[in-house]
Design a protein around this ligand. Structure first.
Ligand SMILES: CC(C)(COP(=O)(O)OP(=O)(O)OC[C@H]1O[C@@H](n2cnc3c(N)ncnc32)[C@H](O)[C@@H]1OP(=O)(O)O)[C@@H](O)C(=O)NCCC(=O)NCCS
Length: 443
């Protein structure tokens, strides 16, 4: 299959046929058709309760949307038959996994169903089509970020990486972390367009749970792009280079206008901070914490395990809040996923996986070798001696896969069954990821 086969693969027949029985037409969107794209994007915006995009924004989005497989569902009986009643977009991406590795993943976004057509299985038809599409493309996992945590479990998705917002009362803290030899400087956005994108990809592999950025997303994060001109005016960019002058980190922040008063309590909103080294991390956070006239840093969508908590004298001034699931994954191919990451401790495991949709169901023997690589085979018959065996659904497998969710916790919650005593704790030691999984973007 060619690299862009996903763009031309025919629409999923099973879902299209099911929807046709309800008088609905499911098909791929042709992004070369500007009017059709404008209607499709309008439906997405309406689905997420957003305002209408300007013609300039629609056109800019149309150009980038050409790289995605965009589908829609149309109801020809409506007064406005051109606007789809449901939308979805999927595209091949990369998911970082433990061991500085990355696996092909099918990213899904823009899932909307018009309020006029809700709760009659339209979203279900679209999601199941995305699963079959990902499988047809040979991708072992589907990934998404969600608006509500109650929707996607039924299709085998589960939270695999968490995120949290952090607030630091900088008026209370003194930096106690390392003083590092490199240099922080202000730079212009242009420099981040090139150096930053390369750095983001290098850093991505060090943290399980990160999806690859396309250039567009990165440019949007740094305030580039049609419709972001106003926001871009207040963004500041800082770059850390090590003692050899090599760039190792960037941060993008803005000072919230409404908080700029004479009492030196302005609020800094941290849009993004990326660091390839611990030195870069320390230097950028220290710079932000020591900003004059600033009393608070708000850092949304960060890891739930931020070293900065340990780098100031008053840890109570560093508050983590709104911890929540952020990356959801749906495993399709268990052997490909299990052999695609590295593990901590060797051993033999049996994972008895159930999956109502049957993509991942089976009894798998996982053998982790001394170098952290794994071999997986389907197990016929009984559980061999000297193995730690559990029974779990594909959801729980998705949750423990990246190493951020503990099998023991899921066992205690009644979500994983131990087939051999103490198996969950053994799984924890093997699956644990040294760097807490984290996804730093919405997609
Ligand atoms: C969420 C949304 C896509 C669901 O569309 P839908 O066509 O009504 O969903 P379906 O009829 O296919 O529902 C499938 C199942 O999910 C359940 N479900 C759907 N939306 C749900 C929600 N918001 N919360 C809880 N359950 C939900 C349905 O009850 C149904 O359950 P069942 O299979 O047990 O009967 C739609 O309500 C929507 O567009 N919401 C706004 C945009 C949004 O939040 N999109 C999700 C982006 S991550």
């Amino acid at each position: 299959m060619t690299d862009d086969a996903y763009l031309t693969l025919p629409i999923d027949v099973e879902s299209a046929t099911g929807l046709a029985r309800q008088g609905l037409r499911m098909s791929l969107l042709d992004t070369d058709d500007a009017a059709a794209f404008a209607s499709w994007l309008g439906a997405v915006g309406r689905g997420f309760q957003d305002g209408r995009a300007t013609p300039e924004v629609v056109e800019a989005r149309r150009v980038t949307a050409g790289q995605r497989r965009n589908s829609g569902v149309w109801d020809e009986t409506l007064l406005d038959p051109a606007t789809p009643v449901a939308t979805v977009a999927g595209w091949p991406s990369q998911l970082s996994v433990p061991g500085h590795l990355s696996l092909g993943a099918w990213a899904v976004s823009a899932v909307t169903v018009s309020p006029t057509h809700r709760r009659r299985g339209v979203a279900g038809a679209l999601i199941e089509a995305e699963l079959r599409t990902a499988q047809a493309l040979g991708l072992p996992v589907v990934a998404l970020t969600v608006s509500e945590a109650t929707i996607y479990s039924r299709w085998g998705f589960a939270p695999a990486a968490m995120a949290a917002d952090w607030t630091i009362d900088t008026s209370r803290v003194t930096w106690t972390g390392p003083m590092v030899p490199g240099r922080v400087q202000f730079v212009e956005a242009d420099r981040l367009v090139t150096e930053g994108a390369e750095l983001v990809e290098r850093v991505r592999l060090a943290t399980p749970g990160q999806m690859s950025f396309d250039g567009v997303l990165w440019e949007r994060l740094i305030g580039r792009g049609v419709g972001l001109e106003e926001q871009a005016k207040s963004l500041r960019f800082i770059r850390y280079a090590d003692e050899h002058g090599v760039p190792q980190g960037f941060a993008v922040y803005k000072v919230l206008e409404e908080t700029r008063t004479t009492v030196a309590r302005a609020v800094v909103e941290l849009h993004y901070l990326v660091s390839a080294t611990d030195d870069a991390y320390a230097a950028l956070w220290r710079f932000l914490i020591e900003l004059d006239l600033v009393g608070e840093i708000r850092a949304p969508l960060r890891s739930i395990d931020e070293p900065v908590y340990w780098q100031v004298d008053d840890a109570r001034a560093v508050v983590k809040h709104d911890e929540r699931e952020h990356l959801w994954i749906r495993i399709l191919d268990v052997p490909a996923m299990l052999t695609g990451r590295r593990y901590h401790t060797p051993g033999h495991f049996v994972l008895d996986v159930s999956d109502p949709l049957m993509y991942a169901a089976g009894r798998f023997l996982l053998t982790v070798q001394a170098d952290g690589t794994a071999v997986v085979s389907e197990l016929e018959g009984d559980i061999p001696g000297d193995t730690a065996a559990v029974a779990l659904t594909v959801n729980e497998l998705g949750s423990i896969y990246l190493g951020g969710v503990s099998a023991s916790t899921l066992f205690r919650a009644g979500r994983i069954q131990e087939l051999t005593p103490g198996a969950a704790a053994v799984l924890d030691r093997t699956f644990h990821a040294a760097t807490t999984p984290w996804l730093s973007i919405w997609f």
